[in-house]
Design a protein around this ligand. Structure first.
Ligand code: SF4
Length: 398
């Protein structure tokens, strides 16, 4: 297929956290709000002149300094964030909206604060205490936490506008972006899809790593380009999978899937599109803030929630994605030393196969996946096993 419009520009944008569009938004007087987790409602960070940046640490090399401060037994994502902050790579961040959803992430924020790592005179941060249950009380608690720890300090320190009108305007813009993603995502349901896993991953990442208002016009043009794109004459994919798991912001893993001719039909990982790139339906007569907080808590798929209904709800969503996106298997991926996903991956790799009959592979990985021969071999072997199953059912191998 012909290269997608803007794909090389997107790759350039993903080369650094403080990319061209972030710099442009700051020059125009924007307030950069960094965050790392779905517990922090992205849309609220895009009110008025604020803009959200889901933090990544592209081109991470040595993690020696973060290991010294935080030990080796914590996930690569948190180490990479600390290391990048230490190098001065997040000095453009004005406010860091964090959550105590995982203790490893809290240690990053604490270290950034204690060591005074962000060289920005107006830098501030807030940490929310997030509930473990979705209940009326939990939703109220969560909403209050967001108001007290994010909205009020940002309003006071940067004169930001979190009025009902400003919040609804942010939702409107967010929904425009999500509508484009819903259409793009649907293309993955087709045979011989018009979009590759690597391309989809890149689109998703730029949408998180750039100011929404500035990336949206580009994404709309890419959508138009996709509508008119001619498919490759031959379907090269050996099998289709749903990828589920922890934070995954290195699209090199999608290149690895492509090299094994493994089609990622749906992405249910942090920084992916399920959840995160679906429209938020607001009704009249109830404050938008309350509706948004409820939406984010109800759609949250973090394995930190351990109540029976949430555990089953997570499996049900993955099963639904397998069905809707016609996947042959599931890959559960986990960042090494992530406790929550370690538990979820181990358990569900068994459950999905034994109880639901869906071939499932479990892998753990470093933050930077590029060059991992072991990972590539395991994905390749899984593809072969899925292909053999298809042939046994009367299908054709590739
Ligand atoms: S991957 Fe796991 S340990 Fe790392 S930040 Fe996410 S939840 Fe925390």
């Amino acid at each position: 297929m012909k290269d997608l419009k803007h794909i090389h520009y997107y790759e350039e944008l993903l080369e650094q956290a403080n990319n061209e569009l972030v710099r442009k938004a700051k020059e125009d007087g924007g307030i950069a709000v960094g965050y790392t987790c779905y517990y922090v409602p992205e849309v609220l960070l895009n009110c008025g002149k604020a803009f959200s940046i889901r933090l990544r640490a592209p081109n991470t090399g040595s993690l020696d300094i973060s290991q010294y401060y935080m030990s080796s037994f914590i996930c690569g994502y948190t180490k990479a964030l600390f290391e990048r902050a230490f190098e001065g790579g997040y000095n453009f961040v004005d406010f860091y909206a964090s959550s105590d959803t995982c203790q490893q992430m809290v240690r990053v924020v604490e270290n950034i604060h204690e060591l005074n790592l962000i060289d920005n005179p107006q830098f501030g941060f807030g940490i929310i205490d997030a509930p473990l249950k979705v209940s009326p009380h939990g939703i109220k608690f969560y909403t209050d936490q967001i108001r007290q720890n994010f909205l009020l300090p940002m309003e006071k320190n940067y004169n930001l506008d979190f009025s009902e009108e400003a919040i609804r305007a942010a939702v409107e813009e967010h929904n425009e972006m999500c509508a484009a993603f819903e259409e793009i995502s649907d293309l993955r349901k087709e045979d011989n899809p018009k979009i590759t896993p690597r391309e989809f991953h890149i689109l998703c990442l730029v949408s998180y790593a750039c100011p929404t208002s500035l990336i949206l016009p580009y994404l709309k043009e890419t959508l138009e380009d996709l509508r008119n794109r001619e498919k490759d004459p031959e379907d090269k994919w050996r099998a289709r999978v749903v990828v589920v798991g922890s934070e995954l912001d290195d699209y090199a893993i999608s290149e690895m899937f492509e090299n094994a001719r493994c089609y990622v039909a749906a992405d249910r990982y942090c920084f992916g599109s399920f959840p995160g790139r679906q429209r938020i339906a607001l009704k009249e007569g109830e404050p938008a803030l309350d509706q948004i907080c409820r939406f984010y808590l109800e759609t949250n798929q973090c394995p930190r929630f351990m109540s029976a209904e949430k555990v089953q709800g997570r499996r049900d969503l993955v099963l639904q994605l397998v069905k809707d996106y016609r996947a042959d298997g599931i890959i559960y991926e986990q960042a090494k030393f992530c406790d929550f996903w370690g538990y979820e991956r181990t358990l569900n790799t068994q459950v999905m196969w034994e109880e639901y009959g869906i071939p499932t592979l479990g892998i753990d990985r470093e933050y930077v996946v590029q060059g991992s021969g072991q990972l590539a071999t395991r994905i390749q072997a899984f593809m072969e096993s899925l292909e053999i199953k298809k042939i046994q059912k009367g299908g054709k191998g590739k």
